[in-house]
Design a protein around this ligand. Structure first.
Ligand code: PEP
Ligand code: MG
Length: 753
């Protein structure tokens, strides 16, 4: 059975399109289970019914005709209960319903299993038999496994619009992702792909295989011409032996080699760039493993040829357009900060990408710039989106392609409401962040970008609560040197002086890679991250500390923050390096004061080491983004579990309250610089817990300030005591929403469904 399973799975995954995958699957299942009928019913959400989509054994005319409301008939019952149903004598079951179109009365036995993807029921897979048969445990396990396999294929097809169920009005399609930066936008999709990068080509099912093959051939033809021209240019300058290499390239590109294989892959259901990338990858992997220097060299040649062909394939959809529409919604497999910089700010209205999550660095940048963003849209059909009108909802993590007029009108009014609100709130931005009963709640900003408009912010904040130094490191091509860093930090310290600026030492690893310092790990968030990297590379940390100290000379507003601390020895070691840097600078004639030093509380272990930490540092800063992922064991970047990621989980609230009480007992300031601080109701709870400051992205300031200015401190404390009694994240959210509604502050909360 296992072998059959593996083969079916391979065939389904390699099928050209969804129809072919479904047809293959029902045929193979029927054969493997030696049964008479195998059918697949798709659940249509709008009809709340199951529709027969594919069958082998029932009459094919029944496809699309048999429609069973949820809970009706045996198939409807399987769907409703989301449980398998195994009946030897199906006709005697009270739910049995007869459909003439299927010719079903001839079948006695029935086994149906639900198809479930991420808790959503997508359909039902059924086998039937004419004579009475008790399907055994192995049959049931086989069908359940097939259903689980089909679930992934179906979810992908539904999301990409490749499955023709009742279309949304006027062909509108909706894609879901992870909300990464709030706000809504309407505009034109501008698809960008990194140029000639074989590793970042997305997998896509071609809508027209012949077209894909034709453009592949054209691209190969152009590459061959290019190589011929290069060979001709070099003819008198290099040896005949070297020149012969160009013939090898021509052969590699020839019909019988690369071209044929790529074409085959296209016919199996991959678009041309994806097919090319697959074939090149396979060859390169093979050649790199061979114990022969000559052949290993050829791996590089194949990669290079692949890149050249890819560049030609991308000519018809250039990687970055020359001009942008006035309302560009940038869409890509992966969008880098550098790509963002290429679009004029006034034209950039939104961002969407297949990869990434709410805390990937492009999300952090987007939030700081106030650009609505949705990431982790894993099923986006990139090439078909180019130029399409879209509506982007950064609050709910949605993208609507070719929106229907009603939806457009609804979003137009939502956007207008949001603009009116921000206009209203802007009037109180220079007022103190103080509750009506006089409690002062200092607000700070998170920075890391040159675009942070310090001059405007300065009068509205109490300082910079988190300067993420890794952001400037990400946009350079190598580690910036001491001089360069000093300039960068001086700029930051000067811009906000005399306000305090908390500079965090390099926090790379996890999802924050430097292009010139890649870290490949199976579990990057549990691996070499933050302080763990910089303590292993004291030369990098020393340069950074020296640069920070030099930059702070005579400004004295520098605070140093160490990320990802797990053990106090790490703090001791980091402090030792800091003191050494001060000493070294002194020897060089640069006398600097020892800045105040803090640690990030983001690894749960630190919650229980507050006393030991307090002996060593001057302040605490809670990184709720990481604390949430580590306390709940939910990868902050994984869209599959994003519904479990919740900074308002009762466990988090308990930890945060304890942390704040500990800090008060230890007489140390404690701030919070994760995303929770920028959520108005979250901010009220943190204020009530006694956090000494809250640090957030600049665009979150107006709403948080508005909430603080309207809710008396004692009411926030009352709210906190109510919330602390609740058992589930959903109850916490509901209660907060209700109280915000009572206070007529629900307009400050992000819109939800
Ligand atoms: C955090 O973890 O909450 C935090 C502020 O740091 P980062 O998001 O950069 O990891
Ligand atoms: Mg963190």
């Amino acid at each position: 059975m296992l072998e059959v399973l593996r083969r079916v799975i391979q065939e389904v995954n390699g099928a050209r399109n969804l129809d072919a995958a479904l047809a293959t699957m029902v045929r193979r299942i029927r054969k493997a289970m030696q049964t008479d009928v195998c059918s697949f019913y798709l659940y249509d959400k709008e009809l709340e019914s199951l529709v027969l989509m594919e069958t082998i054994g029932l009459r094919t005319q029944a496809v699309g005709q048999v429609v069973l409301p949820l809970g009706e008939g045996l198939v409807g019952l399987v769907a409703k209960r989301s449980e398998p149903l195994n009946l030897e004598d199906a006709q005697s079951h009270p739910h049995f319903r007869y459909f003439e179109a299927t010719g079903e009365e001839r079948y006695s036995s029935f086994l149906g299993v639900p198809i479930i993807h991420q808790r959503l029921m997508l359909g039902v897979l059924v086998v039937q038999q004419a004579e009475q048969r008790q399907y055994d445990d192995e049959d049931e396990a086989f069908l359940v496994t097939m259903a689980a396999q089909l679930a992934g294929v179906l979810a992908h097809a539904l999301a990409t619009g490749n499955l023709n169920r009742r279309a949304l009005p006027s062909g509108q399609t909706m894609f879901k992702g992870v909300a990464a930066s709030p706000g809504m936008a309407m505009g034109e999709a501008v698809v960008i792909t990194p140029p000639s990068d074989l590793n970042s080509v997305p997998d896509l099912v071609p809508s027209d295989e012949d077209f894909e093959v034709a453009r592949l051939k054209e691209a190969i033809g152009k590459t061959r011409a290019e190589i011929r021209a290069a060979a001709e240019r070099l003819v008198n300058r290099i040896s005949t032996q070297e020149l012969a290499l160009f013939d090898v390239y021509q052969q590699m590109l020839g019909e019988a080699a690369l071209s044929e294989e790529v074409e085959k892959r296209i016919r199996e259901g991959q678009w041309a760039p994806g097919a090319l990338a697959d074939v090149v990858r396979r060859h390169v992997q093979y050649l790199e493993r061979v114990d022969d220097n000559y052949l290993r060299e050829r791996a590089a040649d194949i990669r290079d040829l692949g890149r050249r062909v890819l560049a030609h394939l991308q000519e018809d959809s250039p990687s970055t357009p020359e001009t942008y529409p006035d309302n560009a919604i940038l869409v890509g497999d992966e969008i880098s900060v550098a790509m963002l910089g290429e679009v004029p700010r006034d034209k950039l209205k939104g961002l969407v990408s297949v990869r990434g999550s709410s805390t990937s660095h492009v999300a952090i940048v987007a939030r700081a710039m106030g650009i609505p963003t949705v990431l982790g849209m894993v099923d986006l059909p990139l090439p078909r989106l180019s130029g399409a009108p879209v509506v982007l909802d950064g609050h709910r993590g949605r993208l609507f392609v070719r929106p229907a007029p009603e939806l457009k009108a609804r979003y137009e009014s939502l956007i207008a409401e949001e603009e009116a609100l921000s206009e209203l709130l802007s009037h109180e931005q220079d007022l103190p962040s103080e509750t009506p009963d006089g409690h002062d709640m200092p607000l700070m900003v998170n920075t890391g970008l040159a675009v942070d408009a310090a001059a405007l912010l300065k009068s509205r904040i109490s300082g910079v609560g988190l300067y993420r130094t890794e952001v400037p490191f990400m946009i350079t091509e190598r580690f910036p040197g001491e001089k360069e860093q000093t300039r960068l930090y001086r700029d930051q310290l000067e811009s906000f002086s005399p306000l305090p600026v908390v500079m965090r030492t390099l926090d790379i690893g996890g999802d924050k890679d430097l292009p010139y310092f890649p870290i490949e790990e199976a579990n990057p968030f549990l691996g070499w991250r933050g302080m763990r990297v910089t303590l292993d590379h004291p030369e990098v940390l020393m340069v950074q500390l020296r640069a920070m100290l030099k930059a702070s000379k005579e400004l004295d507003n520098l605070y140093v923050l160490f990320p990802m601390i797990t053990n106090v020895e790490e703090v001791d070691e980091a402090l030792r390096l800091l003191d050494r840097a001060i000493l070294e600078l002194g020897e060089e004639g640069i006398d600097v004061e020892r800045p105040k030093v803090g640690v990030m509380i983001e690894v749960p272990a630190t919650i229980y080491q507050m006393d030991a930490l307090a002996k060593r540092v001057d302040f605490f800063s809670v990184g709720s983004n990481d604390l949430t992922q580590y306390l709940l064991a939910v990868d902050r970047n994984n869209p599959r579990v994003s519904s479990l990621y919740d900074a308002l989980h009762p466990a988090l609230l308990g930890a945060l309250q304890e942390l704040s009480q500990d800090a008060q007992r230890l007489k140390k300031p404690i701030s919070l610089c994760g995303e929770l601080a920028g959520d108005p109701s979250g901010a009220l709870l943190l204020m009530a817990m006694g956090f000494t400051s809250l640090s957030m992205n600049a665009p979150s300031l107006p709403k948080v300030r508005a909430a603080i200015r309207r809710v008396p401190f004692r009411d926030a404390q009352q709210l906190l005591s109510e919330v602390m009694l609740l058992d589930t994240p959903a109850q916490v959210h509901m209660h907060l929403d209700k109280r915000m509604d009572d206070w007529q502050l629900s307009h400050l909360l992000p819109p939800r469904d």
